[in-house]
Design a protein around this ligand. Structure first.
Ligand code: ZN
Length: 264
């Protein structure tokens, strides 16, 4: 009997595990609480960090995320994504907070060389929202009771501290390796489904890994909340091989044109 059960366990696909994790998260924090908390944290993040004034770049990034968001609704319906570029050329980072609020630093956009790389990072962040990683992580860190109070507008003093732990040079929040794996897998799928060359994710992470080794002094924070480890790079390479995806759009010219103001 035991022997017979073993292949069954092995046969459980990733999506089953993911669904279980998503359900567990949902049991801890309701969608409504997550969204209320997300809205309050977003207001705090936007007070502490400086949203980029250039509306052309903001609109461009929103336009890039729209089809990716559409893809992600298959895995987690009902989320309304809001992406904001933060003005900080020294931060090569992006992060997601509960409820579908995504932030990307201008330094990350400057470090990317084409739209496929930017789309890859955004798809990865959406993967964290689909997996409810921030909400689950915050529940583990702060407890459900405090998060519920915050969502209701109580204990507002804590919000500043929480937002600071998510954003900026002092960011402490790190996802687990399982969360990173899951976000990479969602991200990879969305990127490919949108017709991008999924190597965008690979080339960007490889570049960050190299940048990290050379540690340029003008970069303070290199994708700190999700470090691009060699293990992750290798896994993405395997995903590309397994999916048999060859090519796809990079949109280099469009990307450089739409984000030119950041390179001046
Ligand atoms: Zn991540």
């Amino acid at each position: 009997m035991r022997l017979a059960a073993f292949p069954l366990i092995l046969a459980l696909s990733l999506s089953d595990c993911t669904a279980v994790r998503q359900q567990l998260g949902l049991a801890l924090i309701s969608e409504e609480t997550e969204l209320d908390l997300g809205r309050k944290l977003a207001a705090q993040v936007e007070k502490q960090e400086k949203p980029l004034a250039d509306q052309r770049v903001q609109a461009y990034v929103r336009q890039v995320v729209a089809p990716i968001a559409q893809q992600s609704l298959q895995d987690r319906p009902g989320v309304e994504y809001k992406v904001t570029v933060i003005d900080d050329p020294k931060q090569v980072n992006a992060f997601a907070i509960p409820g579908g609020f995504i932030y990307v630093y201008s330094g990350l956009i400057k470090a990317a060389q084409n739209e496929a790389e930017l789309a890859g990072v955004l798809a990865h962040e959406l993967g964290h929202v689909v997996g409810r990683h921030s909400a689950n992580q915050m529940a583990a860190q702060y407890g459900i009771e405090l998060l519920t109070q915050l969502a209701l507008g109580e204990e507002a003093g804590q919000l500043g501290e929480m937002a600071a732990s998510l954003a900026g040079a002092g960011a402490l929040a790190r996802f687990s390796r399982d969360d990173e794996r899951e976000a990479d897998e969602y991200g990879f799928n969305y990127l490919a489904a949108c017709g991008y060359d999924p190597r965008g994710l690979l080339t960007f992470f490889t570049k960050l890994d190299q940048l990290e080794k050379s540690r340029p002094s003008d970069l303070e924070h290199l994708f700190a909340s999700h470090p691009p480890t060699p293990e992750r790079i290798e896994r993405i390479e395997k995903m590309i091989t397994k999916a048999g995806v060859s090519g796809g759009k990079l949109e280099k010219d469009k990307f450089l044109r739409e984000t030119a103001s950041l390179r001046k």
